[in-house]
Design a protein. Structure first.
Length: 107
């Protein structure tokens, strides 16, 4: 099925390949603006679009980098807390062992 593109869903997104707009029959001819070749405007529009896409990609990349950095920092904090917990547990076990040894020596 060959359907011509609409304004919302153009056949192609490349302005150079799109069909030129035809003047409406309901409008008086004096209100229609003449067709002017605007290759410079089209090129700048294309570059702007490309630059905008690159900006979005750079923002997404920076956001992901920040999220990865936050996750790594959080992992380090969790590991540090676990290490301190294990150290306290080991110190308590050491103290119990010393007490047990002292009790054994005293008797």
């Amino acid at each position: 099925m060959n359907t011509v593109g609409t304004i919302d869903r153009p056949l192609t997104h490349d302005p150079k390949k799109q069909a030129p707009m035809k003047p409406s029959t309901s409008e008086p001819t004096s209100s229609v603006i003449e067709d002017v070749t605007t290759t410079g405007a089209t090129d700048s529009r294309q570059n702007r679009t490309r630059e905008m896409q690159l900006i979005q990609e750079a923002l997404a990349r920076a956001h992901m980098h920040e999220r990865l950095h936050e996750a790594e920092t959080e992992r380090r904090a969790v590991r540090l807390a676990a290490a301190r917990r294990m150290q306290r547990r080991a110190e308590r076990a050491s103290m119990r062992a010393r007490r047990a040894l002292a009790m054994a020596v005293m008797q």
